[in-house]
Design a binder for this molecule. Structure first.
Ligand SMILES: [Zn+2]
Ligand SMILES: [Zn+2]
Length: 185
C-alpha cells in the first residue's frame, strides 16, 4: 500500500461523457483503494464533455476535458479528481492519449477507449480492461503529485504509448517514485 502525501484524503472518480458504466468505476475505485491508503469515491453525476469534441478527428481534446474537471474539484484541496471516459482522447501533437493530468494539480483523466481489447479487434476481457485502467489512473495520479516519467519499465510512471507496454507495467510505483511521493508534501 502506498500512502499518499499528507492532506490528501480521497480520490474521486468522475464519469465523463456517454457510455461510462458506473459499475466499472466502482471496480476501479475498489482496486485503487487496495493500492493507496486513501478512500475512493465514485461521483454518480456525469460530466458532459461535448465541447471538447473535434468533429474532424472525431476525438475529444483531453486538455479541454481536463479544464472542465478543474472547477469540479475547486475548493477541495484534499482530493484528487479523476475523470473516466469512453471517448477517444487526443492532444494536437499526438494521434491519441490514454490520459492526461495536471502536473502538481488536482485533476486527471483517462480514456477506456484504447484500453479495450475490442479496439484491437480482439474479444473483450473485462479483468484486463480494469487492470489497464487502474495502471493508467495510478500513472496520471503520479503526475498530480509532481512525478514525471520513470525509466523503470515496470513502474506505473513509465511512459506508454501502446497497450502492450502498459501490460508490462505493474499497478504499482517503483521505490524511487514511492519515495518522491512521500517527500512531496
Ligand atoms: Zn505520463
Ligand atoms: Zn518509478
Amino acid at each position: 500500500m502506498i500512502s499518499l502525501p499528507r492532506g490528501i484524503t480521497a480520490i474521486h472518480l468522475q464519469p465523463v461523457g456517454d457510455g461510462v458504466a458506473l459499475e466499472m468505476l466502482d471496480r476501479i475505485s475498489a482496486a485503487l483503494a487496495r493500492v493507496f491508503e486513501v478512500s475512493c469515491h465514485v461521483r454518480r453525476e456525469r460530466l458532459d464533455a461535448g465541447l471538447a469534441l473535434d468533429p474532424v478527428r472525431r476525438q475529444y481534446f483531453s486538455t479541454a476535458v481536463l479544464q472542465q474537471l478543474v472547477p469540479l474539484a475547486a475548493g477541495d484541496e484534499e482530493i484528487r479528481l479523476f475523470g473516466i471516459t469512453e471517448y477517444d482522447l487526443f492532444v494536437p501533437v499526438l494521434t491519441f492519449v490514454f490520459g492526461e493530468a495536471q502536473l502538481d494539480g488536482r485533476c486527471g483523466l483517462i480514456s477506456l477507449h484504447r484500453l479495450r481489447e475490442e479496439f484491437y479487434g480482439l474479444p473483450a476481457r473485462g479483468e484486463l480492461l480494469e487492470e489497464r485502467a487502474v495502471k493508467e489512473v495510478i500513472h496520471e495520479l503520479g503526475h498530480t503529485f509532481g512525478l514525471r516519467h520513470c525509466p523503470d519499465w515496470s513502474c506505473a510512471m513509465a511512459s506508454t504509448h501502446a497497450v502492450e507496454r502498459l501490460d508490462l507495467k505493474g499497478a504499482r510505483l517503483c521505490a524511487d517514485c514511492t519515495r518522491r511521493i512521500g517527500a512531496w508534501s
